[in-house]
Design a protein around this ligand. Structure first.
Ligand SMILES: *[C@@H]1O[C@H](CO)[C@@H](O)[C@H](O)[C@H]1NC(C)=O
Ligand SMILES: *[C@@H]1O[C@H](CO)[C@@H](O)[C@H](O)[C@H]1NC(C)=O
Ligand SMILES: *[C@@H]1O[C@H](CO)[C@@H](O)[C@H](O)[C@H]1NC(C)=O
Ligand SMILES: *[C@@H]1O[C@H](CO)[C@@H](O)[C@H](O)[C@H]1NC(C)=O
Length: 388
């Protein structure tokens, strides 16, 4: 070796080095480099970094959507994960009982009385046997203005905004509604929600599809991924974390899936809370993240409940009586693209067409938030804005 190097440097002083000299040195470098790569790869295989799953070493297409169910080459799955994956996979592939009399369950999550009972009554009139109503009143016993709502309260508990108690109330509504085997679609509504189409339109829209309308998107900003906590590892990685409005309309299969889930629910119960440094709101992240992980193709990724965030404030726009016009309601029913904006400095806007069974259709069946004072205007306009 020494001799070769010596000769080489001597050659350099006398004449330009022949081309093949550089080439002769290369194999040594390649061998050393390859050995280092091999050692590194073996190290990564034998001693995996604790919190990183196999997915970091594969193309993402291999890993989604069932990356957690890949053979545990690098990370050994926890007991809870094995239980969860087997239950979820079976629920997703199991044939569901077909109901002869399919109904929509309208599930109202409200502090107390429902100001729009009269409007819902108008909407539901003549459709007995095709719907059912459930009310979770968390603060006070509702006073009813429509007989259709009398006695429809379920046992309720206090709901604290942003806390897991909100998700618990949703699960309580689902459990009660699932008891009726005829309920096939489950719609979560608030006291400020109103229908923006006829009953038949909404019934056919929901019953004609097997996807759930769960809002879900990747927001890399502080109100999205910024709320993720490393404590959700190893089962929930940061890149799995999603955001979406809580107002869902879901299939019976997905309603069962939510009640069957313990693993992901507990992660959000323990590590997603409103706090000074990381203001995590469980009802905005649990279901979008969960469904994005276990059945991404089974959700539409948008909510059928309209809300106007265009004012860019902490709360969405609320409609006063004077705002409620034929034009406003027609505007809401004609939207057929889902609008999103990220919460980071880039404020990236995306518009996704609302695709229903392969065709672009209006996105919204319900809308919020309406002040109680707008009831009369809504009643007056209902038959005109819901007609085609
Ligand atoms: C959905 O689309 C398929 C294929 O275009 C069609 O066969 C089916 O009838 C549609 N379903 C409804 C409910 O329209
Ligand atoms: C929905 O139903 C169609 C046919 O009826 C089926 O091909 C598709 O896989 C189903 N999708 C889901 C998410 O269940
Ligand atoms: C919803 O988004 C997920 C993830 O981006 C995607 O895989 C899925 O196909 C989307 N669902 C529909 C119905 O397009
Ligand atoms: C309805 O939509 C049009 C077009 O986007 C807009 O100019 C108008 O201000 C909207 N009207 C209401 C009442 O929101």
């Amino acid at each position: 070796m020494k001799q070769v190097w010596g000769r080489s440097s001597k050659d350099m002083t006398t004449m330009p080095p022949p081309r093949h000299r550089g080439a002769a040195k290369k194999p040594m470098w390649i061998i050393v480099l390859l050995s280092l790569i091999c050692v590194a790869l073996m190290g990564a295989y034998v001693y995996p970094p604790r919190h990183y799953s196999a997915c970091y070493f594969f193309a993402s297409s291999v890993c989604t959507p069932f990356k957690d169910w890949l053979p545990a080459v690098v990370r050994e799955r926890t007991d809870e994960e094995i239980v969860s994956s087997v239950v979820i996979r079976n629920l997703l592939s199991m044939p569901m009982a077909v109901s002869k009399n399919p109904k929509i369950a309208f599930m109202f999550l409200t502090p107390g009385s429902l100001p729009f009972e009269k409007l819902w009554e108008e909407f539901l009139q003549g459709h007995d046997g095709r719907y059912s109503i459930y009310i979770h009143a968390s603060r006070e016993i509702p006073v009813h203005s429509s007989s259709l709502f009398v006695g429809r309260e379920i046992r309720s508990e206090k709901v604290v905004w942003g806390r897991i108690s909100m998700v618990d109330a949703e699960k309580r509504l689902l459990a009660n509604a699932l008891e009726d085997v005829d309920n096939q679609f489950f719609v979560l509504l608030s006291d400020s929600c109103v229908p923006v189409h006829t009953f038949d339109y909404i019934y056919n829209y929901l019953m004609g599809t097997n996807v759930s309308f769960i809002d879900c998107f990747l927001d890399p900003g502080p109100h999205g991924t910024g709320r993720y906590s490393m404590e959700m590892l190893p089962e929930i990685e940061q890149r799995d974390f999603r955001k979406g409005a809580q107002w869902f309309a879901i299939t019976r299969r997905h309603a069962l899936l939510i009640l069957a889930d313990n693993l992901y629910y507990n992660k959000f119960k323990l590590y997603c809370k409103p706090a000074e440094e990381r203001n995590c709101i469980a009802d905005e992240h649990y279901l979008p993240t969960f469904f994005n992980m276990v059945d991404p193709g089974g959700i539409a990724n948008w909510s059928v409940t309209h809300v106007d965030w265009s004012e860019g404030k902490w709360h969405p726009r609320s409609y006063r009586a004077a705002d409620v016009t034929y034009e406003l309601l027609k505007n809401i029913t004609s939207v057929n693209e889902n609008f999103r904006i990220t919460s980071d400095d880039k404020k990236v806007v995306t518009r996704i067409p609302c695709m229903w069974n392969g065709t672009k259709r209006p996105c919204y069946l319900f809308a919020r938030k309406f002040y109680p004072e707008s009831l009369n205007n809504l009643l007056k306009l209902f038959s005109s804005y819901t007609s085609a």
